[in-house]
Design a protein around this ligand. Structure first.
Ligand SMILES: Cc1ncc(COP(=O)(O)O)c(C=O)c1O
Length: 450
């Protein structure tokens, strides 16, 4: 066994961190987590903190769900792997696909295509969207439209529809034929418009205009998160998602709801589509599907898309896409157990109640701390703070101050995620009221040092 000094010294020596600079990660080793319980994680120094990040927006059920752990162990003992590529299947993937069809009935999702995570699910959706139009005889529909500040993973398709320069620039050229409309983000937008309804109409106008400009017969799909997560926790104005869906339907553009974060209760509803009262053409899910206990995801499609593929010719409808781990039986067993637990524990209701408590608590703190430029959320356990050194100019707080605030919050018993000058929160959906109060105390301590 390596001791803790060895681990600290070698953290980034042979291991590169996603989204970090290799030299910076060597110089400033992060906390190294070694164990967990409930909604808490313990680092190598013995500090136990509330995980306000929820792993990475994914550990919805917390870290101690015995039913999920038992299901995984049982499956490992029974059939640790078998492929679902044409020619074979396994029992657990069949069961999970049936349960998901039932669970996502209100969204009208009829079939699942399983993946190993969110980026896979997004690229699967983009590829199937193009193939769908080819089957329908509209081979020119190849383009994608998405929203600035959106996050859709890091495969080339997902990165191309991503709306954040930081995840794009170093990897260009990305896919041709991808276009972005402004985010309906009232705090900061190119229209300088803070009224939600007027901003919503301006952004929807951009969507319709872009479809018309490209030529509607060339656009395959529009992809958007119901609440923009990694881009800074942006809740679109009421009605935006529904109207965007209507515009897409008008022009025959498929509407992909990227529900990798919102898929299993995080928004206070079972899905973001249900929250905004729409039926998308496709949904991408991951994260909460297995609550972090196994890497898994799925792309879900409507009955109409399913029938189009199933009634097509052998040449056009065969799916030339898939992953070694598509339909992995251990992932499927984890997914079945997670779905049962997600429903039994009514995670969406706790997300709604605790999300309200957290959001309102942060709004109270914003009256006390001028450094809080914007509090975002109010829909389930997806909450964000934007920190500024000047309220009227909205000047981002510098990195050094952010690091100090981060450390103080950690020392006060809470692990949060810092994205530039924003603090993003997505704790496990099983979090208690007392634990939310502790988060608010830690924020108050952290913000006091600025
Ligand atoms: C909305 C959304 N889509 C896609 C992804 C990519 O998922 P993964 O990191 O599992 O590939 C993420 C990850 O955070 C996400 O938030």
């Amino acid at each position: 066994m390596f001791d803790s000094n060895f681990l600290r010294e070698n953290n980034a020596k042979f291991n590169w961190h996603p989204m970090g600079h290799p030299a910076d990660d060597l110089e400033n080793p992060p906390p190294i987590f070694v164990s967990s319980s409930g909604v808490k994680i313990k680092d190598i120094e013995g500090n136990e903190v509330i995980d306000a990040v929820g792993g990475l927006w994914n550990v919805n059920l917390g870290y101690s769900n015995q039913k999920v752990k038992d299901a995984i162990i049982r499956q490992l003992d029974t059939l640790p792997y078998y492929s679902t590529f044409k020619g074979s299947s396994n029992d657990k993937v069949i069961e999970l696909s049936y349960l998901l069809k039932e669970f996502f009935k209100p969204e009208g999702m009829a079939r699942s295509f399983f993946t190993s995570g969110g980026s896979d699910s997004v690229d699967t959706a983009l590829r199937l969207a193009r193939q769908y139009h080819k089957i329908k005889g509209e081979a020119n529909r190849t383009k994608f439209i998405s929203v600035k500040l959106g996050y859709h993973g890091t495969h080339f398709g997902g990165a191309s529809v991503n709306g954040n320069t930081r995840f794009r620039e170093s990897y260009e050229p990305l896919l041709p034929g991808c276009y972005h409309i402004p985010s309906p983000h009232t705090y900061q937008n190119p229209f300088n418009e803070s009224d939600p309804e007027r901003l919503s109409n301006l952004c929807l106008g951009s969507l319709e205009n872009e479809i018309q400009f490209q030529g509607s017969g060339t656009v395959a799909a529009f992809i958007m998160e119901p609440i923009q997560g990694a881009g800074g926790l942006i809740v679109p104005p009421d009605g935006f998602f529904k109207k965007a869906r209507e515009i897409c339907a008008k022009y025959g553009v498929l509407f992909i709801s990227d529900e990798v974060i919102t898929g299993f209760g995080r928004s206070g509803e079972w899905t973001g589509s249900r929250l905004w009262d729409i039926k998308p053409d496709m949904m991408t899910v991951a994260k909460g599907i297995t609550s972090g206990y196994f890497p898994y995801g799925a792309t879900l499609v409507s009955e109409e898309i399913a029938e189009t593929f199933e009634n097509s010719s052998k040449e056009t409808g065969a799916i030339g896409h898939g992953y070694t781990y598509t339909g992995h039986p251990v992932g499927a067993a984890a997914g079945i157990a997670c779905l049962e637990e997600t429903k039994r524990l009514k995670l969406k209701d706790n997300a709604k109640a605790r999300g309200k408590q957290l959001y309102e608590g942060l709004c109270e703190l914003s009256k006390k701390f001028d450094i809080i430029g914007d509090v975002r959320g109010g829909k389930g356990l997806m909450t964000g703070l934007e920190l500024v050194s000047d309220q009227s100019e909205k000047t981002p707080v510098d990195n050094k101050t952010m690091a100090q605030i981060h450390q103080k919050i950690y020392d006060s018993g809470v692990n949060v995620r810092i994205a530039g000058h924003k603090i993003l929160m997505s704790p496990p959906l099983v979090i208690s009221s007392t634990e939310i109060d502790h988060m608010l105390y830690a924020f108050s301590e952290g913000l006091s040092i600025a």
